[in-house]
Design a protein. Structure first.
Length: 366
């Protein structure tokens, strides 16, 4: 057995670069698959088993004759935010890879009922036949690897449990077992409730989408949906893009979230608006003024036009800001106006507000 162990370790060292290359490819592939399916996740971790760890495994099992029999030399861990996404990820893995079901485990199903069910899915995979035909994968078609899937709370529990050093209930001193169970149950309930909350928010957005914005309060989800659906915002956007000959670039999710957050802060701090329809009515009332203001603003401030060309991926979300500016200009709300220029000096804020007021007087005096 010792000679066989040395043989396996020597072979592992010889093929290490191949395993590392395979690990990198799996990292890229898994990210692409999740993004294509629009499944959100916290992180993907990939690793090749260390030589010392492999040696212990060979000693412990006392059965391996070839490296191909060791199914977790390459390992991937996908950490999701929600339990409901774990199921989506697992289904995707079963769809996209060959699965060694004999060696794959849903470890939650083998736990004692008084233990936290947070040991994740361990799925043994290999490249499927279709993908193995591709040049970049054909050298890896016979390699097996392990994918673990767990939520971020499951991962936190596993890491804490590992740090404490107790991996089974019988290893925990009797006086601490109740504490372990209590903490575990709280985390499991929290995981379930977060999943339920995500589903509730999804249903909330679906309801608004179907029934409209009547009696809908202003929040991140309703404002985001309003931006996506508003014909008035789209009309203003199209007019500005065509008049200034700008590129219509799709805006990133991160930019969208930043715009929503910025806009919500201004609405909550400087307006009395409570419902989405109030925002809609303001935009509808001032639609022509908004168009004229943005065009004048761009003409008088070349730096703004440059910013438009570089950052018009903000699109409709940016236009809501101008709609709010019209309300502030009408009421001479200088503090509200200054809030649109957070990253400049006090003097520059005053100059920008003065220019905005000058433009407003010009377009309303016609």
């Amino acid at each position: 057995m010792e000679n066989n162990k040395h043989h396996l370790i020597a072979k592992f060292e010889k093929e290490l670069k191949q395993y590392e290359s395979f690990s990198d490819k799996m990292d890229i592939l898994l990210k692409e698959l999740l993004e294509q399916e629009k499944i959100s996740y916290h992180s993907i971790e990939n690793r090749v088993k260390e030589k010392s760890s492999l040696s212990k495994k060979i000693d412990g099992k006392n059965k391996y004759q070839d490296l191909s029999e060791i199914t977790d030399i390459v390992g991937c861990r996908i950490i999701s935010y929600f339990e409901i996404d774990v199921e989506k990820i697992v289904n995707l893995i079963f769809k996209e890879f060959k699965i060694d079901e004999v060696n794959s485990i849903d470890k939650k199903k083998i736990l004692d009922p008084d233990r936290f069910g947070y040991l994740s899915y361990h799925i043994i995979c290999s490249i499927n036949d279709e993908r193995a035909q591709l040049r970049e994968y054909k050298n890896y078609k016979n390699l097996k690897f392990e994918i673990q899937v767990r939520t971020i709370l499951q991962h936190a529990w596993a890491e804490i449990e590992h740090d404490i050093g107790y991996k089974s209930n019988i290893a925990v001193p009797r006086e601490f077992r109740r504490k372990f169970s209590r903490i575990a149950s709280m985390l499991e309930i929290a995981d379930d409730e977060f999943s339920r909350l995500k589903l509730d928010i999804h249903n909330y957005v679906e309801t608004i989408s179907k029934q409209g914005f009547e009696n809908t309060d202003i929040n991140a989800e309703s404002l985001k949906l309003f931006i996506e659906q508003s014909g008035d915002l789209e009309e203003i956007e199209t007019h500005i893009i065509e008049t200034l000959a700008l590129k219509n670039v799709a805006f990133s999710e991160q930019m969208q979230e930043a715009i929503i957050s910025f806009t919500l802060n201004i609405i909550n701090k400087f307006t009395a608006y409570k419902e989405i329809l109030e925002v809609q009515n303001s935009i509808r009332k001032n639609k022509e003024l908004i168009k004229q203001f943005i065009l004048k603003w761009a003409q008088l401030r070349a730096i703004l036009l440059d910013r438009f060309q570089k950052h018009f991926d903000q699109k409709d979300g940016l236009i809501i800001g101008y709609a709010l500016m019209m309300e502030f200009l009408e009421t001479n709300h200088k503090e509200g106006l200054k809030a649109f220029f957070p990253d400049v000096s006090l003097q520059e804020k005053d100059e920008a507000v003065a220019l905005a007021m000058k433009i407003y007087r010009e377009i309303t005096s016609k």
